[in-house]
Design a protein around this ligand. Structure first.
Ligand SMILES: *Cc1c(COP(=O)(O)O)cnc(C)c1O
Length: 423
């Protein structure tokens, strides 16, 4: 397997784990730094290896592990990039903080979509994919020993960014009995006192849960009381079903005084490879992130910013509605299929995946390996997203109806076998 393929698998894991495995002459020490060594192991290594084995045996493998939209970017956006790429004015270094036209466009889109007014000069910052912004924000605010509150299970970058910055991650359990919202009143006062940053993410990956506005209000109160900066990862804000619309964290009173929100074109417009996203919200927090970024990157290729402007300007509502109808049909096929075999699952109202509890006594890794070896279906073991992901697997909706239907058919006998063993 090539490294890029491994990176695609869950889009967010240490990209380097299979480098450096060949022999090396020790001319100088290549010992990794303590911070790098403290990063968690790539937890899907076992599944990756098993997937290669199954594929090598000639069996067909259906990949429901990756959350990476399978359909192409809309033509309008591609054409905007093509045109902008031909303009020599775009070939030089971009400004660190993004073109004012792009920031103005983002502010206008945000006002229209969420009813939140942003100053394009100070409250909007383009980032090279929200992963980049999320991975770098810690460097602006975390001193060694500071605590970062991260959801568990959660997108792994919240935690790895903490480790790289020398901070301590405190994992807030996302439990089914609490609708996969963290219980802020259960965070020990000693931890809350040392916390400087908190990450939340709704619609959520991997649990696919959505958050009510009341939860955002609670987060603002917690942040004010404990002097904590809030980063809301809204990568799936546009990916919702059954008429549900996700609100912005910033639409809650006081939120802009305590936090920022990350938005991304990746999932919304099938643009994961393009690396176009933005952070919005509190000007002082964004200034910190901008200062870090101005020292490690030199802004986003202007032609990409032009493509971003096109994405947020053109009327793509038909594309969006069509795209969500596709995901909704896939979600229904998968959930109805699993429920029909007795594997109880609720249809999520947001996100691009389905989070399913595995039968009692079967660990999430064992379940994922069984589904791979016996059904040829790749799912992500929940424990890879944190210890409270144990007992779950995540199915991605980024595969065709045909493949999802086939997957359900192949999973049914494996599920029956699990049930027989349980009784
Ligand atoms: C996909 C994803 C992102 C990253 O999106 P990019 O903008 O492509 O970096 C961020 N957060 C979560 C939870 C995601 O699933």
């Amino acid at each position: 397997m090539i490294a890029g393929d491994a990176n695609r698998y869950l889009t967010c894991f240490p990209d380097c784990y299979n480098y450096g495995t060949k022999g090396d002459q020790m001319a100088v020490s290549k010992e990794f730094s303590e911070r790098l060594k403290a990063l968690p192991e790539y937890l899907f290594l076992e599944i990756d290896r098993a997937k290669r084995e199954v594929q090598a045996s000639g069996a067909d493998v259906i990949d429901l592990g990756i959350v990476d939209p399978d359909k192409p970017t809309p033509d309008e956006i591609i054409r905007a990039l093509q045109e902008a790429a031909q303009d020599p004015a775009n070939h030089q270094y971009a400004t660190n903080y993004g073109m004012i036209e792009f920031r103005q466009r983002i502010a206008a889109w945000f006002s229209n979509r969420f009813g939140v007014e942003l100053d394009p000069e100070t409250e909007v910052l383009p980032v090279l994919g929200s992963k980049e912004g999320i991975g770098h924000i810690h460097l602006a605010f975390i001193n060694p020993g500071d605590v970062v509150l991260v959801p568990d299970p959660g997108y792994p970058v919240y935690r790895s960014g903490t480790i790289i910055a020398g901070g301590e991650a405190y994992q807030m359990p996302l439990l089914e009995e609490n609708a996969f919202l963290p219980s802020l009143d259960k965070i020990p006062p000693e931890i809350a006192g040392r916390a400087r940053l908190m990450f939340i993410n709704y619609p959520n990956n991997p649990t696919a849960a959505v958050a009510p506005a009341e939860f955002f209000r609670e987060v603002v109160r917690f942040a004010e009381e404990n002097d904590v900066i809030v980063c809301h990862d809204a990568a799936y804000a546009e990916m919702t079903y059954d008429g549900y619309t996700a609100a912005s964290f910033l639409s809650v009173e006081g939120a802009k005084e305590v936090g920022i929100e990350f938005h991304s074109l990746s999932k919304t417009f099938n643009m994961t490879g393009w690396r176009i996203a933005f952070a919005v919200g509190n000007a002082k927090i964004l200034a910190g992130l901008a200062k870090v970024k101005s020292n490690v990157d030199s802004g986003m290729f202007q032609a990409l910013q032009e493509a971003g402007i096109a994405a947020l300007t053109q009327d793509l509502s038909e594309f969006r509605a069509g795209q969500m109808a596709i995901y909704q049909r896939r979600r229904d096929l998968l959930c109805d299929g699993l429920n029909a075999m007795g594997w109880r699952v609720e249809k999520p109202r947001g996100g691009l995946c389905v989070w399913v509890r595995v039968p009692h006594n079967l660990g999430s890794s064992a379940a994922a390996l069984d589904l791979l070896r016996k059904a040829g279906v790749v799912v992500a073991p929940g424990v890879g997203f944190g210890k409270h992901g144990e007992g779950y697997v995540r199915f991605s909706l980024a595969n065709s109806e045909d493949r999802i239907e086939q997957a359900v058919k192949r999973i049914a006998p494996v599920y029956s076998e699990w049930m027989r063993k349980q009784s």
